[in-house]
Design a protein around this ligand. Structure first.
Ligand SMILES: C[S@@+](CC[C@H](N)C(=O)[O-])C[C@H]1O[C@@H](n2cnc3c(N)ncnc32)[C@H](O)[C@@H]1O
Length: 279
């Protein structure tokens, strides 16, 4: 199983409302816990876009972790969020209304694996954790190229590996590392050649190292709980019983070693952004 397979459980069960709600919660938690990282990323993109973008597309927006960060970072910009899931877009619209940002947001339900809707040329495209979902990423990037104005910027972001939440204390004994190894995340994909093939010129490939330690943002415990539970659900038969039992101890939120009581939680991960220009 690789990272794509684990992520794709959402896509596979798009019809299943419960899965969509669970994914939406995870994305909202990600937005909260990794707020500082996203502010750093949008600020960096601001330096690569001159003049400031007036029209931004978020491709595979989910609940808008990126859309809302972009609306905040670029107060002049109109932003269009596109996603396969109407539920995700509805959730995003509600959040944008609550934040007073809805007047600069449009949402479009679209399958970006097929023909794209007609949209005004964009100054900035953002595709975070969505490119790996596409059945034909090269085709997606060609369509993205066509959706940009000449000189516009495309920002593709993918996570290099799933976040690590458990410190390597002696009792946990690296169980989380073994969990990740057992699920065979596979090496992170380098999208540089795909972008070049689509006609883009790569301006920068930048890893963002995220290493949060106590005191963590308030939502970090729930983020860890949901993320680890999702991985644990794939782990039966792939890890020794002792490791599974240890994981279950950590995932028992009422237990003495459960995540809500742990003071050694971390959020450690790396996400890479490719910033590529349409000449
Ligand atoms: C892992 S989520 C990432 C969401 C958001 N970009 C973020 O960074 O939080 C992937 C999103 O891509 C969307 N998606 C997957 N396949 C798609 C497709 N063919 N067309 C449009 N959206 C798609 C999913 O519905 C989901 O909201």
């Amino acid at each position: 199983m690789n990272a794509k397979d684990i992520h794709s459980t959402h896509q596979d069960h798009e019809r299943d409302g419960a899965d969509t709600i669970a994914m939406a919660e995870l994305l909202d938690l990600d937005a909260e816990v990794l707020h500082t990282y996203r502010a750093e990323l949008t600020s960096w993109l601001g330096k690569l876009t001159d003049p400031a973008p007036g029209h931004v597309l978020d491709l595979g927006s989910g609940t808008g972790t990126g859309t809302l960060a972009l609306l905040e970072a670029f107060p002049q910009a109109e932003t269009t969020a596109l996603d396969l899931s109407p539920q995700m877009l509805h959730h995003l619209s509600k959040k944008a209304h609550a934040l007073g940002l809805a007047d600069r947001l449009s949402t479009v339900q679209a399958d970006l694996d097929t023909a794209w809707p007609d949209l005004a040329p964009a100054d900035l495209l953002w595709a975070a954790s969505s490119l790996h979902h596409m059945s034909d990423p090269d085709q997606f990037l060609v369509r993205a190229f066509d959706a940009l104005r000449p000189g516009g910027l495309m920002a593709v972001t993918e996570m290099d590996f799933f976040p690590r939440f458990l410190s390597d204390d002696i009792r946990l004994g690296g169980v989380e590392a073994r969990l990740h190894a057992a699920l065979n995340e596979g090496p992170a994909v380098d999208w540089t050649d795909n972008l070049t093939r689509a006609g883009f010129i790569l301006e920068a490939k930048r890893p963002f190292v995220i290493d949060l330690r106590a005191p963590l943002p308030g939502a970090a415990g729930r983020y860890a709980q949901i993320s680890l539970r999702k991985l644990r659900s794939h782990a039966d038969g792939r890890l020794p019983e002792a490791d599974l039992a240890l994981l279950d101890t950590v995932l028992d939120s009422d237990g003495p070693d459960g995540i809500p009581r742990r003071e050694d939680l971390t959020v450690r991960t790396t996400r890479t952004t490719w910033a590529a220009r349409r000449p």
